[in-house]
Design a protein around this ligand. Structure first.
Ligand code: GDP
Ligand code: IMO
Ligand code: MG
Length: 426
């Protein structure tokens, strides 16, 4: 039996989509386990770019089943659009299933996300405005609408009615915005249900049978450790658990089903949205990283904040998810720099920290403690063997392993499926 979890180790956009695409070639089943269409996973195949938001990135390279797991929140309109795009590109979509336990993003969730962000001023989170937080809030509040509810007209009608009554009262009386119309939502969602109902299934037997039959199941994480609701830079986080724990609860499997945890980390750091970012570079180097690395959000198009590699973040992610193999991405973007910095610790109020403190106020005052390495000038985007990398690139990789106390098994040197260096087998 083999279960591989793939998770992001920073604040998202590490290149998970690309890495899942590469690894999924040998996978029998790929499943998303949390998040929703706040994710934007880019896969480049022979120069053609695909951006996946809800559908597992593995759909392009694996002939196996692709699941949207119970822990995911699903916007049916976005999903139908994504299915349509992939179908037009000739991808077989008959293999895509949605868990009947997944929660459904409703128009009032999206509206609420926008209102809350707009009203928060300087304290806004900088969400993707896709309704993710409000949908998870209803889930935890035990009033959410699940995919299974769409299958019964009576149940759906009742749940929509009671939810909308509550939300419309808030919209009108507290937020002073127009109410949403029941008939409009009911008719749109009835149409989505017609188009999606054959895909809504109990995903538990699919996963459990695959595990029992020794098939390879790939658990595709969205977002990343620092956006984790429990262990990230709260409240500047997303509303799910993008760590290994989330893969277990988000798909209904046992910890014993996991053989490998593959952590994807960028050779520098980016963040999109608000919140502390100790190694952020607000100078020309930061701008250069953004331009050379193409650091603009795959979902919202927002420019990503850029900075040096943060080893404290890396170690945090290794511990949180029990990472067995690290995939280092975008190291090609660093070519040409004279010097490259790595943060190994923080200094906060005169004290040295080798871990992420829980207090956001403390983290906002964190000054990174850096080590500096010599850079390299060579173009490394066509290199396929580790030994052919420039000496300083190898020294950088070794230092990252040392700082994170974990093994780097693969290095990605460009966006394409083929631009990889395997150091050890994954
Ligand atoms: P994800 O959300 O973790 O899947 O990452 P995104 O797709 O949002 O962002 C990663 C971006 O970097 C995408 O544009 C990828 O095509 C690109 N990318 C992935 N790996 C590499 C790499 O090794 N080098 C370069 N230059 N680009 C990469
Ligand atoms: P992938 O899977 C980067 C960020 C948002 C915001 C915070 C909360 O592509 O790595 P939300 O809409 O989830 O309530 O926003 O989380 N965020 C991401 N940042 N990559 C992502 O996904 C993200 N998904 C959410 O920018 O700061
Ligand atoms: Mg992304």
């Amino acid at each position: 039996m083999a279960g591989y979890v793939v998770v992001g180790m920073q604040w998202g956009d590490e290149g998970k989509g690309k890495i899942i695409d590469v690894i999924s070639k040998k996978a029998d089943i790929i499943t998303r386990f949390q998040g929703g269409n706040n994710a934007g996973h880019t896969v480049v195949v022979d120069g053609e770019k695909f951006i996946l938001h809800l559908i597992p990135s593995g759909i392009l390279n694996s002939p196996g089943k692709c699941l949207i797991g119970p822990g995911v929140v699903v916007d049916p309109k976005v999903l139908l659009h994504e299915i349509d795009i992939l179908e037009k590109k000739g991808i077989d979509m008959s293999r895509l299933y949605i868990s009947d336990r997944a929660h459904i993003i409703m128009p009032y969730h999206i509206e609420m996300d926008k209102i809350k962000e707009d009203r928060s001023g300087a304290k806004k989170i900088g969400t993707t405005r896709r309704g993710i937080g409000p949908c998870y809030r209803d889930k935890i509040d035990r009033i959410g609408i699940r995919a299974v509810d769409l299958l019964s007209d009576k149940v759906f009608r009742e749940k929509l009615k009671s939810n909308l009554e509550e939300k419309n009262e808030l919209f009108e009386k507290i937020y002073n915005v127009p109410k949403l119309d029941f008939n409009e939502i009911y008719s749109d969602y009835s149409e989505y249900t017609k188009l999606l109902k054959h895909r809504i299934v109990d995903t538990l037997p699919i996963i459990h049978d695959a595990i029992n039959n020794n098939e390879l199941v790939l658990f595709e994480g969205a977002q990343a450790a620092m956006l984790d609701i429990n262990y990230g830079t709260y409240p500047y986080v997303t509303s799910s658990s993008p760590t290994t724990g989330g893969a277990l609860t988000g798909t209904g499997i046992s910890a014993c089903a996991i053989n490998k945890v593959i952590g994807v980390i960028k050779a520098y750091t980016t963040r999109v949205g608000e919140g502390p970012f100790p190694t952020e570079l607000l100078d020309k180097t930061g701008d250069d990283l953004r331009e050379i690395g193409g650091e603009y959000g795959a979902t919202t198009g927002r420019p990503r904040r850029c900075g040096w590699f943060d080893g404290v973040v890396g170690r945090h992610a290794v511990l949180l998810s029990g990472i067995s193999d690290i995939v280092l991405t975008k190291i090609d973007v660093l070519s040409g720099l004279d010097k490259i910095k790595i943060a190994t610790h923080y200094e906060i109020d005169g004290k040295i920290y080798d871990y992420i403190p829980a207090s956001i106020e403390q983290l906002e005052r964190a000054k990174p403690v850096y080590i500096e390495l010599d850079g390299w000038k060579e173009d490394i985007t066509k290199i396929k063997e580790y030994d052919k990398l420039p000496e300083n690139t190898k020294k950088y990789i070794k230092k990252l392993e040392e700082v994170m106390k974990s093994k780097i098994s693969m290095v990605s040197v460009g966006p394409d499926r083929e631009q990889n260096i395997f150091i050890s087998e994954i």
